[in-house]
Design a protein around this ligand. Structure first.
Ligand SMILES: [Zn+2]
Ligand SMILES: [Zn+2]
Length: 159
């Protein structure tokens, strides 16, 4: 088995996974800011760690977001990158505006969201978000891959 420890974290922080989101995924540490939680939720999606996504919803949002549904969504996506646009917080609430880029089947999707975070029992949790509209882009097999690799889509992120 290959270890993820020395690989760059999928959240795009340019740090190794072991120094970035892994301690959060293993519940050794808890993210100290909404932005860190957001990053760790994104990398959990990319790693198909549905349980972590579920656990980092606020208690009142967990029933609407069963692990099974989170897993089905994560399994259907190939995650490309996360861009944090803005974030901020006070003692009890915070927000993160981000763009998540992923493929769903052969659709290139950009999720642009402004998320709300709430502190519950001294831990940041994701409550919900407002999704801002962006167009889904259909990619042809001979088009350049939108991930920025400069390869053709069929040689890169295609199914
Ligand atoms: Zn990370
Ligand atoms: Zn690609």
């Amino acid at each position: 088995m290959t270890s993820l420890n020395k690989t760059l974290c999928l959240c795009g922080s340019q740090q190794n996974y072991v120094d970035c989101c892994e301690p959060f995924h293993l519940a050794i540490q808890h993210p100290q800011t909404p932005e860190l939680l957001m990053r760790s939720r994104y990398s959990a999606y990319a790693l198909k760690n549905a349980k972590y996504i579920y656990q980092t919803y606020t208690t009142d949002k967990q029933p609407e977001n069963p692990v099974k549904e989170i897993k089905e969504f994560a399994d259907g996506c190939r995650f490309i990158k996360l861009t944090i646009i803005d974030s901020g917080h006070d003692d009890s609430q915070g927000f993160v505006e981000f763009k998540a880029h992923y493929f769903y089947d052969n659709l290139y999707c950009e999720l642009h969201e402004q998320s709300k975070f709430i502190k519950e029992k001294n831990q940041w949790k994701y409550s919900d978000g407002v999704i801002l509209p962006v167009a889904d882009i259909k990619i042809g097999r001979n088009d350049d891959c939108p991930c920025g690799s400069a390869k053709k889509y069929k040689k890169c992120h295609s199914l």
